[in-house]
Design a binder for this molecule. Structure first.
Ligand code: PLP
Ligand code: COI
Length: 355
């Protein structure tokens, strides 16, 4: 399918101060859109000037939350090259989310072509500083103008992009996380492994409570026994316990993070002991108490590698690594970001040059 491009006749000024970009607040001059109809499939693929959407008030997404999304970044190297990190993995995960939500798949090569095209058109919006990037948000939603609960016949897919800096106000400094023991995010058989808006809607209340108490995000426990650690609001979680990296195994209710997968590959490639398994909150609390919880960090596209300095559970607070970034966390941050921003070699073939 060809992608039609209509350039924005009124481009906006680029942000002058890249140090205060924050996350996802400013948008580029263009967006991608295409539509799907049962019968004719995907059609009208085009890059158009960024604008508000017109949506029918009965649209499926507004009532039944039928929506999935992805998150990825374009990085500018010191030489000016713009590149993506493992975009095919995002395309494949988008399709797994689509299958779970009964939304149509997109040929993954085409989705990567769409991202390449949008990033090329908006290349001047990719910020320059190390640690800044163009955050790319592909999303898809059911758009039938009918209130009956039924299979959707009309779907829209869009991609928007936002020059961004650090996701957390703390930057690379340790964040505070609270273990949530009331609400649950997902259960096996549910939608936890899919990147669908509904998972984040269900997380909102606990997130707000956490913020009110001074924590950045919540660490979710499994939805059945409320005993095993799953993931954080917008990132996967890893611990260094007694010299080994331990992370919750993918069990269907955790989002299979591309950063998680890449860090595990980096660790295994370096011969570091790694365990993907169930991690109980009791084990974690015991390790925090006896000092074997050496480091903890979250990982995700937006969050990158984010050290956890404080962990709260049932009114008790545990300080990890004196609230300083640990040496393994720092090494992983340096290696991953070094590859992403083109400062280090990429022996894994993760980098996808765009323009
Ligand atoms: N878990 C959740 C709930 C997320 O929202 C994210 C962010 O995308 C992740 C984990 C990390 O996934 P990735 O590394 O693919 O960005
Ligand atoms: C990402 O890291 O890309 C995410 O989707 C996290 C988002 C909820 C801010």
């Amino acid at each position: 399918m060809e992608i039609k491009i209509t350039h924005n006749p009124n481009p906006a000024p680029k942000p002058a101060d890249e140090s205060s970009l924050g996350f996802g607040r400013i948008f580029t001059d263009h967006m991608f859109q295409m539509e799907w109809d049962r019968g004719s499939g995907w059609h009208d693929a085009q890059v158009v000037p960024f604008e508000n959407l017109t949506i029918h008030p009965a649209s499926t997404v507004l009532h039944y939350g039928l929506e999935i999304f992805e998150g990825m970044k374009a990085y500018r190297t010191a030489q000016g090259q713009v590149q993506l990190f493992r975009p095919m993995e995002n395309a494949l995960r988008m399709n797994r989310s689509a299958l779970r939500m009964s939304l149509p798949e997109i040929p993954p090569e085409f989705m990567v072509k769409v991202i390449d095209t949008l990033v090329s058109v908006d290349r001047d919006w990719v910020p320059h500083g190390f640690g800044t990037s163009l955050y790319i948000r592909p999303f898809m939603f059911g758009d039938d103008a009918k209130l009956g609960l039924h299979t959707v016949d009309h779907v829209r897919f869009l991609v928007i992009a936002s020059p961004s800096g650090s996701y957390y106000a703390e930057g690379i400094n340790p964040v505070k996380i609270i273990i949530e023991d009331e609400d649950v995010r997902a259960v096996r058989g549910g939608t936890g492994y899919a990147k669908c808006g509904g998972n984040y809607a269900a997380s909102q209340r606990a997130g707000e409570r956490a913020e009110a108490k001074g924590y950045s995000q919540v660490l979710w426990l499994d939805g059945v026994e409320r005993r095993y650690v799953e993931e954080v609001g917008a990132m996967n979680i890893m611990f260094k316990i007694a010299g080994k990296v331990v992370t919750p195994a993918l069990n269907g209710s955790i989002l299979p993070g591309i950063t998680r997968m890449s860090i595990l590959e980096l660790l295994r490639d370096g011969g570091f002991p790694v365990e993907e398994r169930r991690v109980s909150v009791d084990e974690l609390v015991a390790a925090a108490r006896d000092g074997t919880l050496e480091e903890a960090w979250g990982c995700g596209t937006a969050a990158v590698v984010s050290p956890v300095g404080r962990l709260a559970y049932k009114g008790e607070e545990f300080i990890i690594h004196n609230e300083k970034i640990g040496s393994l966390t720092q090494a992983l941050y340096d290696r991953l970001t070094g590859i992403q921003w083109g400062q280090l070699d990429d022996p894994f073939g993760w980098i996808h040059p765009v323009c």
